[in-house]
Design a protein. Structure first.
Length: 287
């Protein structure tokens, strides 16, 4: 066998190995996202008192913004979160009693939020359960209570159809797995007060860290985020709390310019009170 034939065979072997590896990783990703988990559902009670429902409205509006629309309801995304051949198609479900919510018990809904599994035990693609699993029982009960109390909106969104690239990204951990370990015991949260500990907690359950990074020192651009979230530490050290609150709640930058909603989704954060915002501000300044 001449050297040319050897090179050709070597390249074919390398190509075959590459195809086998990609197929294996894609298959592992498919199993991770499509195989139902046999996991018990823990009973959970939704809050019904007015103070908890008000708290739940704040948490759900800001933390579940992917499910919102221009009318301010959580009736499902008006456009798919993504829709292309290699990734597939995924819509954020309708979270009002007229949609997915009506098919879930409170225990199943709590599991979906904190463990990333639907009512049948199938993983929920892109569900940020790694952040929500830290949510205290009181805040989770408040969130469920608010979701249950919303007016029912009859808005059907298409079923998900994930593509091979999505499975590959999950198996290679480019995208985090939505599935989290089972939560069987009580989950307590920090005391609501304007300090860095409570600010870290709020920055996670409100998903600020998804765009701005775990320490809010700046995020990274990616397939699902064309523009990285800006670094906030320097801005918090140089700017006042009032300027920070105005940017988050009203979408107005320190220079007076309107911030783009896709960069700062201020319309969903307008309900945040001073306790939450001050705590997040102190968390950023402590970084």
């Amino acid at each position: 066998m001449g050297p040319g034939a050897f090179v050709v065979r070597f390249l074919i072997a390398v190509l075959a190995l590459g195809v086998f590896t990609l197929a294996t990783l894609t298959g592992l990703g498919w199993m991770a996202l499509e195989t139902p988990r046999r996991r018990a559902v823990t009973d959970f009670a939704a809050a019904t008192d007015s103070a908890s429902l008000a708290r739940g409205r704040v948490l759900a509006t800001a933390g579940c913004s992917c499910h919102g629309n221009s009318e301010g309801t959580l009736s499902g995304s008006p456009q798919p979160l993504f829709d292309d051949l290699p990734l597939g198609t995924l819509w954020a479900p309708n979270l009002t009693p007229g949609g997915s919510l009506g098919r879930y018990s409170n225990g199943e809904l709590a599991r979906a939020i904190r463990e990333g599994l639907d009512a049948n035990g199938r993983p929920l693609a892109l569900m940020p359960s790694r952040l929500f699993r830290e949510m205290s029982d009181a805040d989770l009960a408040a969130t469920l209570g608010f979701l249950r109390a919303q007016p029912a909106v009859a808005h059907r969104v298409p079923a998900r159809h994930l593509g091979p690239l999505h499975y590959l990204l999950v198996s290679t951990r480019v995208l985090p797995s939505p599935v989290q370990p089972r939560i069987a015991g009580h989950v307590s949260g920090p005391m609501p007060q304007p300090d860095p500990g409570y600010g870290r907690y709020m920055s996670r359950i409100l998903r600020c860290v998804e765009c701005h990074g775990d320490d809010l020192e700046g995020g990274r651009a990616g397939r699902f985020r064309a523009e990285p979230g800006p670094e906030l530490v320097l801005a918090a050290h140089e700017g006042s709390y009032q300027a920070f609150a105005r940017a988050v709640r009203e979408g107005v930058g320190s220079d007076g310019r309107r911030l783009q909603p896709h960069v700062v989704p201020w319309c969903f954060y307008s309900l945040l009170g001073d306790d939450e915002l001050r705590a997040i501000y102190e968390f950023i300044r402590a970084s």
